[in-house]
Design a protein around this ligand. Structure first.
Ligand code: GRF
Length: 219
């Protein structure tokens, strides 16, 4: 049984999607801990209610980034995870932290990377007049929102969209691709070579929304 630790900062809906999928699809893995850098993170209650160990490593209680990163790594390593999943975790992690989890640290970013790394992705996509937007699951490297792409989802940008409606459409797609990518990892069906990730069974590593933006289909 593989052990997964999920890091959150807030709502935790991606974490929920992963916990639900792991249970319903009988993965050879379970989420052993959910750790937040914010004591008030709403997602902690869901994890607790599902019998998952929860912890808070408050970034404000640490003098600097290296001290926070070390405390976070200590909290994570207690669970000896095979995989660490960043799910709406809103702190930048330092090089030493990233190196420590190299090859077993995944993130989701609500844009079609390498476009729009960083904050306010939906606003920036709208301002740029993009006709599609989406989300990317990737292995984490020391460059922010950068790293080998595991899976991407593409959704349309509709003429009446504002930041909120676009974020909501992208989030539906996030909840589909993140559990799938995590499942592939724990099943051992991802191969990372020369910065490129392949799904060894040839399953599509993208997901396209229908033009209406509502129903999503792969392949
Ligand atoms: C998601 O859109 C994620 O991609 C971004 O922040 C949001 C977190 O949502 N980094 P949640 O906490 O998973 O509900």
């Amino acid at each position: 049984m593989k052990r997964i630790v999920i890091l959150i900062s807030g709502r935790g809906s991606n974490m929920e999607a992963i916990v639900q999928a792991s249970a319903h699809e009988a993965w050879p893995a379970r989420v052993v801990a959910v750790i937040s850098n914010r004591p008030q993170a709403a997602g902690l209650a869901f994890a607790q209610a599902h019998g998952i160990s929860v912890a808070v490593v408050d970034h404000q209680a640490h003098a600097d980034r290296p001290a926070f990163d070390q405390a976070l790594a200590d909290a994570i390593d207690q669970h000896q995870p095979h995989l660490v999943v960043l799910a709406g975790f809103m702190r930048v992690l330092g090089d030493a932290f990233v190196r420590h989890y190299e090859g077993r640290l995944l993130n989701i970013h609500p844009s079609l990377l390498p476009a729009f790394p960083g904050l306010h992705t939906h606003r920036r996509a709208l301002e740029a007049g993009c006709k599609v937007a989406g989300a990317t699951v990737h292995f984490v490297t020391s460059e922010l929102d950068h790293g080998p792409v595991v899976m991407q989802a593409v959704v349309p940008v509709l003429p009446k969209d504002d930041e909120r409606s676009l974020a909501a459409r992208v989030l539906v797609a996030e909840h589909l691709i993140y559990p799938r990518a995590v499942r592939w990892f724990v099943e051992g069906s991802l191969c990372l070579q020369a910065g490129v990730v392949r799904q060894l069974e040839g399953q599509p590593q993208f997901l396209l929304a229908q033009p209406s933006g509502s129903v999503l289909a792969t392949g």
